[in-house]
Ligand binder design. Structure first.
Ligand SMILES: [Ca+2]
Ligand SMILES: [Ca+2]
Length: 277
């Protein structure tokens, strides 16, 4: 037996013997072990979608939490009040928070409004995506929600590519909150800038974007990132992959939610909005 064949056999044998418990580690993707907890095997686990080979968080962890493959570490998830928010993310861990909105993107919820055809929901992938790299703002939101004041948004996104546009806005992707309108924009954003490798909390009023706070982050294209944005009164807490930044602003106090990109392609795997009262 030649050496390469023996090595291949050894590899096959070792692969066949991998115990089920290490399933989350077999997906080969970037696993955010630092952020660890998510809701675990829960509502996100609609099962892997058949996407014809396109990258999808759902296919990388079929044994445990298909939709959360990029972040689930296999450990126990504590949720004392059983509201779906893990204790370490729950603003009120002993009091159930009302779920205002959730979407797995397995079907097209007619509430979504997109500013461009290049942002869309892809039920075949179970994702909301921006598919084309263009040096423009792309926004998607679920329409006016003027009574939504204080809430927590949770999502899982992956930025795939960033463009070469020279403006400061190029390369952004993330959540938008307290949205009263888009184009012209009136909202707060929490997301990543993969050109400058930053986490950014910003405010948009028309064509003017004001950075409230930013911190460096070692984010990579192709990496699934858990993003949370908590808005309570004047206080904002934006968390990306375990990195947190906070800011205060009195510009917006209520409004809807959605996603925004500028000169980047991205996918969002799911989104949840919980009321904080
Ligand atoms: Ca909880
Ligand atoms: Ca709670």
């Amino acid at each position: 037996m030649t050496k390469p064949v023996a090595s291949l056999l050894a590899l096959l044998v070792s692969a066949a013997c991998v115990p089920e418990a290490v399933e989350p580690m077999r997906d080969g993707g970037p696993v955010q072990t630092s952020t660890t907890t998510d809701a675990g095997p829960d509502a996100h686990d609609a099962g892997p979608s058949d996407d014809g080979g396109l990258p999808d968080a759902g296919e990388r962890d079929a044994g445990f939490a298909p939709r959360d493959a990029g972040v689930y570490d296999g450990g126990p998830v504590m949720d004392r009040d059983s509201d779906g928010i893990p204790d370490d993310e729950d603003p009120m861990p002993d009091s159930p928070n009302n779920l205002l909105f959730s979407d797995q993107f397995d079907t097209i919820d007619q509430r979504w409004i997109f500013s461009s055809v290049t942002m869309s929901i892809r039920p075949d992938r179970g994702q909301l995506v921006v598919s084309a790299l263009e040096p423009f703002e792309r926004e998607g939101w679920i329409g006016p929600e003027p009574t939504w004041g204080d809430y927590l948004i949770r999502t899982l996104i992956r930025v795939d590519r960033v463009g070469n546009d020279n403006t400061a806005r190029s390369g952004h992707a993330g959540l938008i909150a307290r949205v009263s309108q888009v184009t012209p924009s009136r909202y707060v954003t929490c997301g990543v800038d993969l050109k400058r490798r930053e986490l950014v909390l910003a405010e948009h009023e028309g064509t003017v974007a004001t950075t409230l706070e930013s911190v460096p982050g070692t984010f990579q294209p192709g990496q699934w990132l858990r993003i949370n944005l908590r808005a309570t009164g004047m206080n904002y807490v934006c968390t990306v992959g375990g990195v947190e930044l906070t800011a205060r602003s009195s510009t917006f106090f209520a409004g809807s939610i959605g996603f925004r990109t500028y000169d980047s392609t991205f996918a969002a795997d799911w989104v949840e909005v919980y009321e904080i009262f």
